[in-house]
Ligand binder design. Structure first.
Ligand code: ADP
Ligand code: MG
Ligand code: ZN
Length: 489
């Protein structure tokens, strides 16, 4: 019995993204990389929650929230307010978080995604609202002494944008595609690095299941603090199966908040799910309502960069790329920019550039763990290298070797070809002499070939390549070798 097919998973996501502003959400402390900055160095009475300290709204954070809202096809609300969300936790010194409740900055948007199986999904975005991040706790377990916890307030008050989807995802693949798309958009807008190891982007998945064909929602659980795509997809898949097993056994899913144990690959109960009224939301008395005038929104809209979907369509239409290649290139804005600069410097079809970039350069980047920003091969230099192949100066293999050298040293292709003597040999006389020597030196193999063992031809070609240290123009060498063998028939 395939019980998984009798149920439809229903998933809604909450994504928390720290914003890349200069100062914090409600004070003038700098936003620092909390994984490297000395703890508790960018703090003040406001972000450490001292009584009487007054918050001030960060304009840059609001602007970035508007950018994201627009990119997610949301309505930007002209009237927004901040609210106090009351709860106690040691990382929240005020005893409440300033967030938004009734009147978020952005609402009712959507994104379209295509998952890894090629299936399209339309996912509605319920809202995107601004809030502040909490401090960071470090639990220290001392084998021989009492355990203790350290607290770093540098992160406390960092602007956080919470993006809440409708429960529109029905597979793990859709969840992965949606999370990937949101990350991609945030990175395009330059408002978040997408650096999940640093915790600047965190996922929560709300999961329920229902009998296929039903249109009522089942009871959901909420999996908190998923800090990687791996955790997101594994936890979601696990939770779908767990809930189906409960229902199949005649039980009922309990609405609760879950954690993800990444060592044992299971979800575990953290607490029963709190309801909105548990937080006693009320309007933040220290902040006035914020009105966002239409001209401001228009200004932000006009300054938005080209977004991934638009770029994808343009790459396919203007450069004749396959949708798959275009997808790979637009995944990161810096890669797309690199590609376009190389195309501009190159006199040939853009797909040749995409082939070298996706094939060889990505291979080197992966192998050496170098990001596109740090690659020493300038786009113009890559274009010139491909030009050398087109002109017959380099064969494919030599060109790959030259690219490896360019990658390691930042050198220019022409200089490397010169210094290493890698220029292709396509001169007939020179190659004829080499072919003649290979034929003479390998009488046994030549006899085997002439007796009908065709595969020996490739071996003989290999000898020609070896004799020229890989520099023979393959087409010319093949012709000459064929001719030299045929006269012996
Ligand atoms: P809360 O803010 O208390 O976590 P919300 O009702 O605002 O709850 O929903 C939070 C997220 O949970 C949203 O992304 C929403 O789409 C999702 N969600 C709500 N109900 C369900 C459900 N039955 N199954 C799956 N996801 C759900
Ligand atoms: Mg929630
Ligand atoms: Zn501060």
């Amino acid at each position: 019995m395939n019980r998984l097919n009798d149920y439809e998973p229903v998933i809604g996501m909450e994504i928390h993204a720290e914003l890349h502003t200069r100062s914090k959400m409600f004070c003038s402390c700098a936003v620092t990389d909390t994984t490297v900055a000395e703890p508790n160095t960018t703090i003040c009475p406001v972000c450490t929650g001292l009584p009487g300290a007054m918050p001030v709204i960060n304009r840059e954070a609001v602007e970035q929230a508007i950018m994201v809202g627009l990119a997610l096809n949301c309505r930007i609300n002209a009237f927004t307010t901040f609210a106090r969300k009351n709860y106690f936790y040691p990382d929240l010194p005020k005893g409440y978080q300033i967030s938004q409740y009734d009147f978020p900055i952005a609402a009712e948007g959507w994104v379209d995604v295509v998952d890894e199986n090629g299936a399209a999904h339309h996912i509605r975005v319920r809202r995107a609202h601004l809030e502040e991040d909490t401090a960071k706790l470090f639990h220290v377990y001392e084998p021989a002494a009492a355990d203790y916890t350290l607290i770093d307030f540098n992160r406390c008050g960092v602007p956080l944008l919470e993006i809440v989807s409708e429960p529109d995802m029905h597979s793990v693949a859709a969840v992965h595609a949606y999370a990937t798309k949101i990350r991609e958009i945030l990175r395009y807008l330059g408002v978040n690095s997408g650096d999940m190891e640093k915790g600047v982007l965190r996922f929560e998945a709300n999961v329920s299941v229902r009998p296929r064909g039903s249109d009522t929602l089942g009871t959901r659980t909420e999996i908190k603090n998923l800090n990687s795509f791996r955790a997101l997809t594994l936890a979601t898949a696990y939770e779908i199966e767990r809930q189906i097993a409960i229902i199949e056994a005649g039980g009922e899913v309990v609405q609760e908040t879950l954690g993800w144990d990444a060592l044992r690959n299971v979800t575990f109960s953290q607490r029963s799910k709190e309801q909105a009224h548990d937080y006693r939301y009320f309007p933040e008395p220290d902040l006035p309502p914020l009105s966002i005038a239409r001209p401001w929104v228009d200004e932000v809209a006009a300054a938005l960069p080209e977004l991934p979907d638009a770029k994808h369509a343009r790459f396919v239409a203007d450069y004749g790329l396959t949708p798959q290649d275009a997808r790979i290139l637009v995944g990161e804005r810096a890669v797309a920019d690199y590609f376009e600069r190389a195309v501009r410097a190159y006199n040939g079809t853009p797909s040749a550039v995409s082939k070298w970039l996706i094939g060889e350069l990505f291979y080197l980047m992966n192998r050496e763990r170098v990001a596109i920003e740090a690659v020493r091969v300038r786009p113009e230099a890559l274009a010139r290298l491909i030009g050398l192949v087109d002109a017959g100066t380099l064969n494919q293999n030599s060109a790959k070797a030259v690219l490896g050298e360019m990658f390691a040293t930042g050198g220019l292709p022409e200089a490397i070809v010169e210094a290493k003597g890698l220029a292709q040999i396509s001169d007939n006389d020179q190659l004829s002499a080499i072919v003649a020597r290979v034929v003479a030196d390998n009488a046994e193999q030549v006899a085997a070939y002439l007796a009908g063992k065709d595969s020996v031809f490739q071996w003989l070609m290999g000898q020609v390549m070896r004799a020229t240290r890989g520099r023979a123009a393959p087409d010319v060498a093949r012709q000459l070798l064929t001719a030299a063998l045929n006269v012996r028939r």
